[in-house]
Design a protein around this ligand. Structure first.
Ligand SMILES: Cc1cc2nc3c(=O)[nH]c(=O)nc-3n(C[C@H](O)[C@H](O)[C@H](O)COP(=O)(O)O)c2cc1C
Length: 381
């Protein structure tokens, strides 16, 4: 019998995969006070996702958030829950992979197995799971749950083992582990994708990378300059060899594409520098520091990009760790091709106003990526 996992776009032929990130949240992926920033209205999310779906983008990836970043714009203050968001979008699209993001400490593996199987049936085999272990205690306080900084990825791995065993099917089983003691586990229906839907994770720390090498199909790393990539990939390769698995490495980006480079750079300067929500930015670093332990500091360095080095400002309205694709359609496409050449297998994109900006990206950038040989026309893919 055909396994829909084999035709999931995440494993499709495009050398450089693209997905939409963070559109379920107001502000999207910016910390900007610009009044035209993304409001995350449901009908706009649907319209934008359907454009991405028709254009052959590989996936949509929402963020699991429970509290905003405060500041004046309170980015993430409004966010749609990702499993219910995924179920709805699964019914309203036809080819794009629908990812859901689950915080390990907040959802039991049996709940997540059933929810993911449901979405996999609704979408006819296009569901995917982004497993996150948490980093911001302030949002977990709302659930009365403490993030255990030292063991969060051990917890995540055991969670994944239960979740994936459930979706494999077979006889009922008990689980007696370090974090879970569970009785008579089973789930029905199973996911259409066998043995389970694709898994992403975005652990940046050494333990996060190790978790991804053991459990995920795709690992996201924050890349702000392409010269960082070879060392990061070497490190991920070491983890993969240790566990005898191969995974793809993606990163996340923000696109500002305008007819000329000047227009794009001026607009980026406007929303990410002149209109930056510095309070939100400071909140991010304050809260992140508390969980992301001291041992990680060498890899969790503050974002430095060609913009922050330009002397025109700190660009704190751009999300830390997000790669800026800012320029004309040629600039954006060529930068993506350069990124692809480093060995990264894909990237998420975000826009200040996703619905307004995605048609231009689809019309101008995607054909250039095809000409550069890193993507195929949608019919072929
Ligand atoms: C593409 C991407 C998506 C992420 N999605 C979420 C999310 O939805 N919720 C969340 O709490 N953290 C999210 N994170 C944060 C990661 O789970 C992780 O905490 C962060 O990359 C730092 O890695 P570390 O926790 O291993 O230090 C995301 C990160 C990236 C790069």
């Amino acid at each position: 019998m055909e396994n829909p996992r084999d035709t999931n776009p995440l494993f499709g032929p495009n050398r450089f995969k693209l997905g939409i990130f963070s559109a379920n949240c107001d502000g999207g992926l910016t910390m900007s006070l610009a009044p035209e920033r993304w409001q995350a209205n449901w009908d706009d999310i649907v319209a934008m996702t359907q454009i991405a779906d028709r254009a052959g983008l590989e996936f949509i990836l929402p963020v699991a958030k429970w509290r905003g970043f405060q500041g004046k714009s309170n980015i993430y203050g409004k966010s749609f829950e990702t499993l219910t968001h995924g179920a709805a979008l699964g019914a309203l699209t036809s080819r794009i992979a629908i990812f859901c993001t689950v915080h390990v400490p907040l959802v039991t593996p049996a709940f997540a197995a059933k929810a993911m199987a449901t979405i996999d049936h609704i979408s006819h085999g296009r569901a995917g799971l982004n497993i996150v272990c948490g980093w911001n205690q302030a949002e977990f306080d709302l659930h009365g749950v403490t993030i255990e900084a030292d063991t969060r990825y051990d917890h995540g791995l055991e969670w994944f083992q239960v979740w994936s065993k459930l979706l494999q099917g077979g006889p009922e089983f008990d689980w007696d582990g370090q974090f879970f003691q569970l009785k008579r586990l089973q789930t029905d229906p199973l996911s259409l994708q066998r043995p389970w839907p694709p898994v992403m994770s975005a652990g940046f720390s050494p333990r996060g990378r190790d978790f991804a090498a053991r459990a995920a199909d795709v690992l996201f790393l924050n890349v702000t300059e392409l010269d960082q990539v070879p060392a990061m990939l070497d490190d991920v390769n070491r983890h993969m060899r240790r566990h005898d698995r191969a995974i793809s490495v993606f990163t996340m980006g923000h696109v500002v594409c305008r007819p000329t480079r000047r227009e794009a750079e001026d607009y980026f300067h406007y929303f990410a520098e002149e209109m930056a929500d510095t309070e939100g930015h400071n909140y991010y670093w304050r809260n992140r520091g508390a969980t992301v332990q001291a041992g990680n500091q060498q890899i969790v360095r503050p974002s430095e990009t060609r913009f922050t080095r330009s002397g025109r400002g700190a660009y704190t309205g751009a999300y830390p760790g997000s790669y800026p694709f800012v320029g004309s359609p040629d600039d954006v496409a060529e930068e993506m091709a350069r990124m692809s050449a480093t060995g990264l297998a894909g990237c998420t994109v975000a826009f200040l106003d996703y619905l307004k900006e995605i048609p231009y990206f689809v019309q101008e950038v995607l054909p250039r990526l095809e000409r550069l040989g890193i993507r195929q026309p949608v019919e072929a893919a």
